[in-house]
Write a new protein. Sequence first.
Length: 364
Amino acid sequence: MSSRIFQNVIIQLKDSVDRTIGVVDDQGYVIACSELASIGSRLEDFRLHQLDAGVHDLVTAGRTYVMLSSDRGQLVYAAFVEGTDSVAKTICAISAVAFDEALVNYEEKHNRAAFVKNIISDNILPGDVYVRAKELHFVTDEPRTVFLIRQTENPDVAAGELISRQFPDRQHDFVLNINENDIVVVKSLQPDTEKEEIHAIAEKIEKTLYEQLGIRCVIGISTEARHLRELADRYKEAQVAIDVGRVFENDKTIIHYESLGLGRIIYQLPTTLCEMFLNEVFKKNPIETLDDDTLETINRFFENNLNVSETSRKLYVHRNTLVYRLEKIKKITGLDLREFDHAIVFKVAMMVKQYLDSLNTARY
């Protein structure tokens, strides 16, 4: 991986430098070079012990060498430039700085990403979050949100890299591969970021994955995290958004945790309590007594805020026909859906039934 980093730096430098530049390892092997044919060869004249003994630069056999930084002060890599004059020394010194900076940036980026992944996975103690954040120069109180992208059709290992390209700010945004299907994006937000803007980001991710890799996905979006230590809870929210959305909003592919409403409460209830509730609400007759047409009428009635005239218009039926249906429902269930309190009870009961049905389906 280091050789690739160094080679990328050389590609950027070679157009403005008329000398051969490269990097050797501690055995003298060329691991990156502006002359591609030299990569893999060994520079026999390179004397490791002279640099390793504390000498920062070395001029020998027509080349200038400069030691790259190392945490332990031992030689790991050295930059080299063809030539022994002052120009070669200057180029070599500048190149060494560029190599060092590129390597540090790469290592810091991956250390930061690993740090964020440990936070959302609850693999780091709360007290250690502050210490590690300080070490990595991490802004702790920056607003962030968590996107959980779950590949549901045609998962591809290239998805993570594709999503990473949409978030070039590697200092503030993090794309993390969780498993073969799940990818997490921890996105830095401006203080006044609107929900619509966050939704647009998710839409772009979804569109890119499908158009370029043919991947179908569902995306759960958390509420805003105001501190780094809140990321674990926000990751759980994104998970809940997908799980609850699968039950109550299965027609959507992008689900916001804050939009789940009653669904996220019902999802956390014990099944025994849910079953008891249904038995209490439908004492006269079980909910299965209602046929599909009747349930469609009820759903439309709820969608139109219990407005009889508007619902009848949407159903293309006479107002009296709808009133008759509502009276029939009252007779079967004991609940008058024109009464707000009764309507709330029935709506919750329908959601509880939907939740229990999803659990039964999952078992088979």
